[in-house]
Design a protein around this ligand. Structure first.
Ligand SMILES: [Cu+2]
Length: 119
């Protein structure tokens, strides 16, 4: 095989690898589901949740760390402030009424996540 052909194959493989990483590698959003577990461990994972407008969404906060920062969760748009005991799963159900993004944060407004409501 010629050097040009090899170069084309290598370039093609590089493009495929890039596309794979671009579309799948860094994605932390989770598609619309009615229940989603969010691991709380120095941050929120995933930190972007895709929901459906008008449908109940249950967020299950699985708190693993014990730092003071994450011991409360706040969803200001829903008027919710809830304690998250370490080693427990705390379920919070909301209904996003409008298309758009809703923030959630720790009690000190330092760590953040988003709920994106779509049609
Ligand atoms: Cu905090």
């Amino acid at each position: 095989m010629s050097a040009d052909r090899w170069a084309a194959i290598v370039a093609g493989a590089a493009v495929l690898a890039f596309l794979y990483v671009f579309f799948f590698g860094r994605r932390s959003a989770v598609e619309a589901e009615s229940r989603i577990t969010i691991v709380v461990d120095g941050g929120y994972s995933p930190d972007l949740i895709v929901a459906r407008r008008g449908s109940p969404l249950t967020l299950i906060f699985d708190r693993r760390d014990s730092g003071p920062c994450t011991d409360e969760i706040v969803l200001p748009d829903f008027g919710i402030r809830r304690a998250l005991p370490t080693g427990r799963r705390t379920a919070i159900t909301i209904v996003p009424q409008h298309v758009g993004e809703y923030e959630f944060s720790c009690g000190m407004n330092m760590l953040h996540g988003r709920i994106r409501a779509t049609e």
